[in-house]
Ligand binder design. Structure first.
Ligand SMILES: *Cc1c(COP(=O)(O)O)cnc(C)c1O
Length: 376
């Protein structure tokens, strides 16, 4: 687009549609699409709009601000907060009809109070800690959940837990967690409390624990076309949505012995053609990729040289025919036969693809395309 920053993330909503349909073929449970952290950096509103067209009715976010953003634009969808809230947020949550998770009695009491005050029910899901060790009721679960069910104005719609090792080869602990969860659910039933919705599965569990099907599942990463584990050899047609692109803004020849960027960590061994890209670690191109990543220029790999700066990065384009200022470079994504995945970038940067994706910062403009729609 004319006048736009010459660094951008291209997001393919067609790939999102195909990934979603692929997930539906993996599970019989209803999908609650996880769109926290701005839909893992892809832009929550565009992702929700597209998935809504595909029939998704329920979306999960981590914080109240994210829930409100979706609620405002799409009042007809169900928004669930799969993260902790404080009692002083109860008023807003009940007023907006957002579904919170509850893992302390005080939270439920605050929701109950607000529900009574407003004369509307507070619909909530109970979070159980079966081994993640983060949030959720533990041994105290049965007693507390039965108490919560007695509170005025409260409707317990769901109960859920989160698995700590669903992405591992050894699923022993995941099954232990499921057993605890099922056990609690049965005890609640015996005590006369029937909770209509159960959910457990993140992306990894949808793939690896297929026989465990509850009413809802909670895929995040897979929607965005990434796999949560490297060892997976099953269904693997998921397509990454995001590519990161930039244009070359400067081009120069340097001589043997000349250095590039802070700290002079790159010294040319021979005459070298250096291109400068207008993005850096403030955009999410992690500094640990300095001298440690390749980008794609004219279908060929070109190494990042020297330290990545806050707003600029240099690459070596020596020997690539016809490189010019203004040429488009792929930092993440594919171009012809060459491709660079978030998983590869994560491996080089010593992290996971989740952190790469949600680390692409707000100042990188998102450009949306939809390859499922026939161009006019
Ligand atoms: C983030 C999150 C998910 C989604 O996990 P993915 O691995 O991205 O599929 C599901 N459930 C909870 C509770 C989460 O916090």
């Amino acid at each position: 687009m004319h006048g736009m920053r010459p660094a951008w993330a291209c997001i393919d909503l067609g790939a999102l549609r195909r990934n979603y349909r692929r997930i539906c073929r993996q599970t019989n449970s209803e999908v609650m699409a996880i769109v926290k952290a701005n839909a893992y950096g892809h832009g929550a509103l565009e992702i929700v709009r597209t998935l809504k067209e595909e029939g998704v009715r329920r979306f999960g976010v981590a914080i109240l601000e994210e829930a409100l953003q979706i609620r405002e634009k799409f009042p007809e969808v169900t928004v669930m907060l799969i993260g902790p809230t404080m009692p002083d947020q109860a008023e807003r949550i009940v007023a907006e009809g957002i579904i919170p998770e509850v893992f302390r009695l005080e939270q439920a009491e605050a929701f109950s109070l607000e529900a009574e005050k407003k004369g509307i029910p507070a619909i909530l899901h109970i979070k159980v800690d079966t081994g993640m060790g983060r949030i959720g009721f533990q041994e105290d679960a049965l007693e507390n959940i039965l108490k919560i069910a007695q509170l005025p104005g409260i409707e317990i719609e769901g109960i859920y837990t989160h698995l700590a090792t669903a992405d591992e080869i050894d699923l022993g602990f995941a099954f232990t967690q499921l057993k605890r969860f099922d056990g609690l659910y049965e005890s609640l039933k015996t005590a006369g409390l029937n909770i209509p919705m159960r959910h457990v599965a993140n992306s990894a569990a949808i793939l690896q624990l297929r026989d465990q099907e509850y009413e809802l599942c909670r895929p995040g990463l897979m929607l965005y076309g990434q796999l949560p584990m490297n060892h997976w050899e099953g269904e693997n047609g998921f397509e990454p949505l995001m590519s990161l692109k930039a244009r070359i803004v400067h081009l120069k020849k340097i001589a043997a012995g000349d250095s590039v960027s802070y700290g002079r960590t790159f010294i040319a061994q021979a005459p070298t053609l250096v291109a400068t890209l207008p993005l850096g670690y403030a955009d999410g191109l992690r500094r640990s990729l300095s001298n440690n990543w390749n980008v794609i220029v004219k279908g060929r790999y070109a190494p990042v040289i020297g330290r990545i700066c806050m707003d600029q990065t240099m690459i070596d384009v020596t020997g690539i025919e016809g490189v010019e200022i203004g040429d488009e470079v792929t930092i993440l994504g594919s171009e012809g036969k060459s491709s660079l995945t978030a998983a590869q970038m994560a491996e080089c940067a010593g992290t996971i693809s989740y952190e790469i994706l949600c680390g692409i910062s707000q100042r990188v403009p998102r450009v949306y395309i939809d390859t499922s729609q026939i161009p006019k």
